[in-house]
Structure formats: C-alpha cells, structure tokens
Design a protein around this ligand. Sequence first.
Ligand code: BV8
Ligand code: ZN
Length: 238
Amino acid sequence: MPELAEARQRLAEAQSVAVLTGAGISAESGIPTFRGAAGLWNHYRAEDLATPEAFARDPRLVWEWYNWRRETIAKAAPNPAHLALVKLERAKPSFTLITQNVDGLHNLAGSARVLKLHGDIWRMHCTDCGSNWPDRRVPLPKLPPHCACGGLARPGVVWFGEPLPRGMMNEAEHAVASSEVFLVIGTSATVYPAAGLVPFAKQNGAVVIEINLEPTPFSESVDFALEGPAGELLPQLL
Ligand code: BV8
Ligand code: ZN
C-alpha cells in the first residue's frame, strides 16, 4: 500500500491526534519561511533580528522588520492546509494543534484551540509596565511603538534565548504523549524546545507523519515522511 494511503489509514483510525506546524504551512499563503531560499528579509536572518540583544541595540530596526512582516501577514489568507486542520480538529475526539508560527492563520482559519509556542505577532508587550494587548494596525503609525504608559513596546513573540510562555511546553508534551498520531507539518525541526516534540512523540509510541517539501533531521526516524506541499498533501491525508 503506498505511503500516503497507509498514513491516511492510520490517521483515520486515530482517536487522539496532535499536530506541530512551522512556517512551511503558511508558505502557500504567501508568507516567506525563515530558512527558505527567499529568506525572511533578504539581508537579515531571523536569528539576527529575533533576539533581545538586537532589540536592545536597535529597537527601530527590529520593529521595521516586524512591521514589514505584519503587512505581509495581513494580506495572507489561510490555505487548504490550515483549513484541513480545522476539519481534523472537528473530526477527532482529542485534538491539539501546536504551532511555532506567530502569524495567527490557524485561528483565522477557524482552529479553536491553538498552542502558540512562540507567541503572536498581533500582540504587544510593554517593556516597562509589562502589560500586553492586541494591536492589528498595519502599518504601525510610529516605529518603535510605545505603551500608553510611555514605555517601549515589543512584539508579543518569543525571541531566541527567551523562555517559552510558562506551562506551554508541558501542555504540548502532555498532548503529544497522549496522541496516537503526531503530524509534523512545514517545519525544519531545527529550533528547540519545539523540535524536541518530534523525538518525544516517537518515544511515547505515537505514529509520526511528517509533511515537508524537503527532508528534515527527523525524516529518517518518522513513520511516514511525505514529501510535497502541505496545501496539497494535507487535504489528501484526510
Ligand atoms: C529557549 C518567533 C531557553 C519570533 C522564533 C545557541 C545559542 C542560543 C540559543 C540556542 C543555541 N542552541 C540552541 C538554542 C536554543 C534556541 C534554538 O533552538 N536555536 C536554534 C537556531 C539552534 N531556542 C531558543 O532560544 C528558544 N528558547 O531555548 O529558551 C531558556 C529557558 C529558560 C530561560 C531562558 C532561556 C526560543 C526559540 C523561539 C525563537 N522564536 N520565532 C518570530 O517569529 O519573529 S523561531 C522561528 O524559527 C519560528 O518561530 C520557528 O519556530 C523557527 C523554525 O522555523 P520553521 O517554522 O521550522 O520554519 P523554517 O523556515 O525553518 O522551515 C520551514 C520548513 O517548511 C522547511 O523545512 C521547508 O522545507 C518547509 N516548507 C516550505 N514550504 C512548504 C514546506 N512544507 C510543506 N509545504 C510547503 N508549502
Ligand atoms: Zn507600559
């Protein structure tokens, strides 16, 4: 039986499913990935700008990058891969969607419960008073933006070297540990602790199905490594 058919069978039989998504699931919505050929912002790498050090050194530069990403994301619509996950959530007694993406497209597509491991580009945090709030203005009127208290605002995302939101990994690990099938979609599986969920799923006896355009460090160890665009493969998997 061809790989896709067998993977579809295992997914159909599963009562509890967990999913980890990365930038690749939003690529067909027109949002550049971090490590794709285009790169996220030609002359800058995410590792150089998505850090507290870069923000401390030049908050305006970091905000120019986020402002540009917010404008790109605001024009993007969920694609068939996002919509397939909404259908899957409604079809399974137990379903948890874990995403590394900050673009909010899973919620826009209709996913009810989304664990945002790396935060949300549409939220702001004040570096002074600590309050945080939603802000969908595109483009932002003034860079860098400030809080009502006058403090400097930062994007509500997790940067490299920063801890994930408290309890988030516990919740994600609990969902993965109790899942029969774990889908890993559109991630290079290079950023931790998120990527650690893949071997964690294997250790906990889940059937792991990977969907990616190219091999990842885990392609050899997953049960099914389906190569192709998520927007095409995911609907075929349901
Ligand atoms: C932490 C939010 C500890 C911001 C992001 C050395 C020095 C310093 C740190 C480290 C180090 N070594 C390891 C670390 C830890 C570090 C890390 O893992 N670094 C990596 C680079 C080695 N991790 C951290 O720092 C994390 N925090 O460890 O804290 C701690 C604990 C307590 C107290 C203090 C500290 C925080 C990591 C979160 C960073 N934030 N984003 C923002 O978005 O602006 S990371 C960013 O890249 C994304 O969020 C995403 O998570 C991550 C990976 O990207 P992907 O989603 O996988 O996308 P990518 O472009 O890489 O790949 C796309 C894939 O899709 C490709 O495989 C492609 O083939 C595929 N694809 C493309 N198109 C399609 C497709 N697939 C299917 N269909 C398509 N159409
Ligand atoms: Zn404030």
